[in-house]
Design a protein around this ligand. Structure first.
Ligand code: NAD
Length: 266
């Protein structure tokens, strides 16, 4: 199947480098004909994002720090100049928390300040982006955010990020309900552990990675291609009847209740 995204224009937020989940998604969208604009956070990352964008034919590379609402508004104003005030989809692949609080017991390490900051960047930014994107989706659209199974189950060290992801998933449902009448769909993709900059910020990330590999039904971790394919489905008309969902792309890890006995006994 080719040309699934032909004629569709979208904003991809959260590419930091070629290992980023957002980059895997961008490649899948580009292969199906989407026209893409990118945001980056800070000049250092901008220098990495610009050549990646160019490699798939995009010169729309805009600064955006979602902690600063003026920066978000400036991004959409700049985007309007290129896309004429219209938009078909958004990929929100943004997460942040102080990594010293992604280690140890949630009850001990979490501070009010970092709790609020984590929620603003990792959760509420999706609502603020949806508010702005929806106004530009005159023919309907699709909004996609990234989450992790630490939202509903306790994962060691994921801590406040798990709380933020739970709120993010709830936001997906409320936004889906509100924007449904405008034919705007809102979904989350729940990825298994990936070796990215954000992923490396979680203590013992390698342990989680290896645990998934050993115990998930598919006996492997997921790749950027796995994520890209599922994101393409959620962002394209293939999923036209799907909204408010949290879609797992985790080799099936979320369905298991206990580790494999043969591995435990080995
Ligand atoms: P990544 O480090 O490549 O991407 C995280 C992005 O968030 C970066 O581009 C960073 O610039 C951006 N960001 C952070 N604070 C920001 C701010 N204030 N303003 C704008 N952008 C900001 O890592 P990734 O793993 O690709 O993360 C993408 C998303 O996927 C995150 O929401 C993450 O929680 C989620 N996720 C990651 C994993 C994993 O194992 N890596 C698993 C499931 C979900």
């Amino acid at each position: 199947m080719t040309g699934l995204m032909k004629g569709k224009r979208g904003l991809v937020m959260g590419v930091a480098n070629n290992h980023s989940i957002a980059w895997g998604i961008s490649q899948a969208l580009h292969a199906q004909g989407a026209e893409l604009a990118f945001t980056y956070q800070g000049d250092a990352l901008g220098k990495r994002v610009a050549p990646l964008a160019a490699s798939i034919g995009s010169d729309i590379v805009l600064p955006c720090d979602v902690e600063d609402i003026a920066s978000v508004d400036a991004t959409f104003a700049a985007l309007d100049e290129r896309f004429g005030g219209e938009l078909d989809f958004v990929v929100h692949a943004i997460g942040f928390s102080d990594k010293t609080q992604l280690k140890g017991r949630y009850v001990d390490v979490t501070t009010r300040e970092n709790f609020a900051r984590t929620m603003t960047i990792s959760c509420f930014s999706f609502t603020e982006i949806a508010q702005r994107a929806a106004k530009r989706m005159k023919n309907g659209g699709s909004l996609l955010t990234l989450t992790y199974g630490g939202s509903t189950r306790v994962m060691p060290n994921y801590n406040v990020m798990g709380v933020a992801k739970a709120a993010l998933e709830a936001s997906v449902r409320y936004l889906a309900m509100d924007l449904g009448p405008d034919r705007i769909r809102v979904n989350a993709l729940s990825a298994g552990p990936m070796r990215t900059l954000a992923g490396a910020g979680i203590a013992d990330a390698r342990l989680m990675f290896n645990h998934q590999k050993a115990h998930a039904p598919l006996r492997r971790t997921v790749t950027l291609d796995d994520i890209g394919g599922s994101a393409l489905y959620l962002l394209s008309d293939l999923s036209s009847g799907v909204t408010g969902e949290v879609h797992f792309v985790d080799s099936g890890y979320n369905i298991i209740s206990m580790p494999r006995p043969d591995v435990l006994q080995a």
